[in-house]
Design a protein around this ligand. Structure first.
Ligand code: ADP
Ligand code: MN
Length: 249
């Protein structure tokens, strides 16, 4: 019957993806059992039809491209073994949205993903950011920013009209601060993608609400990063002025 067919289908998908993960292993991409189970559950639950490939592999997280129907997804998986959970804890602690009672390594990472998920949604209301679709423990599924499954380039890797981009990005920073009451916290040419000649902001894991005790320091860092990048591109800018423009102080 249909149910059995479905089970068969699931088995086949899991088998096929298992091969994908076996291949990953040979490239030193190893996940713990629990993370693998989450990935399989995303397939079984039809949140994802297939994984395509690795977009990025960093110390803390791996990002995969995946397909769901005719749409593409970016799946960000935190490496439980190598995450800097002490820093994570510091960022989560001052956030009024979270109350960490127990704080095992895994639980901190789960809260971290939850925070990134909520930040993405909140940021997405005022600036361009990938749509957050779901989170499960250390795994975050979002919309893939790109064209036909090919991820959009980072601002660092493309030529743009820098004067225009400086305008848009600084206006977006102000919107993020004043309307969404968020500070990105890791803003730079690495975490801004360029799609249809417009900036799309990613990697909101470190973002904090403006009430957070670290928010001022993080905003200053963001402002400096952005100014330094655009200065190198010949744009006349001053980080103190930018800070004033954003905060009104
Ligand atoms: P981290 O910097 O912590 O490793 P990021 O969230 O910045 O993680 O993702 C790493 C890289 O993966 C990004 O620089 C970008 O190139 C790519 N990437 C992340 N999210 C997306 C997305 N939603 N769409 C397209 N590419 C993405
Ligand atoms: Mn990043």
């Amino acid at each position: 019957d249909e149910f059995e067919l479905d089970r068969e289908y699931q088995k086949r998908v899991i088998e096929r993806e298992r091969k994908f993960f076996e291949e990953l292993k040979t490239e030193n991409e190893v996940f713990d059992k629990r993370t693998l189970m989450i990935l399989f559950s995303l397939l079984a639950g039809k949140h994802i039809d297939e994984f395509i490939g690795v977009i990025s592999s960093g110390k803390e997280a791996v990002v995969f491209s995946a397909k769901k129907g005719r749409r593409y997804r970016a799946v960000k998986i935190y490496r439980v073994a190598t995450c800097d959970f002490k820093t994570m804890h510091k960022y989560i602690q001052g956030d009024p949205r979270f109350h960490l009672r127990k704080s095992s390594r895994r639980q901190i990472i789960h809260a971290w993903v939850e925070k990134e998920f909520r930040n993405l949604r909140r940021a997405g209301e005022v600036v361009n950011a990938p749509k957050a679709i779901l989170r499960r423990e250390n795994v975050l599924v979002m919309e893939l920013v790109g064209k036909r499954g090919v991820p959009a380039p980072r601002l660092k890797d493309v030529e743009v009209d820098y004067e225009k981009f400086y305008e848009i990005i600084t206006r977006d920073m102000k919107k993020l601060y004043c309307e969404a009451e968020l500070v990105h916290g890791d803003l730079s040419e690495y975490n801004i993608l360029v799609k249809d000649d417009k900036p799309v902001y990613i990697d909101f894991s470190q973002s904090v609400v403006t009430q957070h005790p670290l928010s001022k320091a993080l905003l200053i860092r963001d402002v400096k990063n952005i100014c330094n990048f655009f200065k190198r591109k010949g744009v006349d800018c001053d980080y103190r002025e930018l800070y004033e423009y954003i905060t009104g102080e």
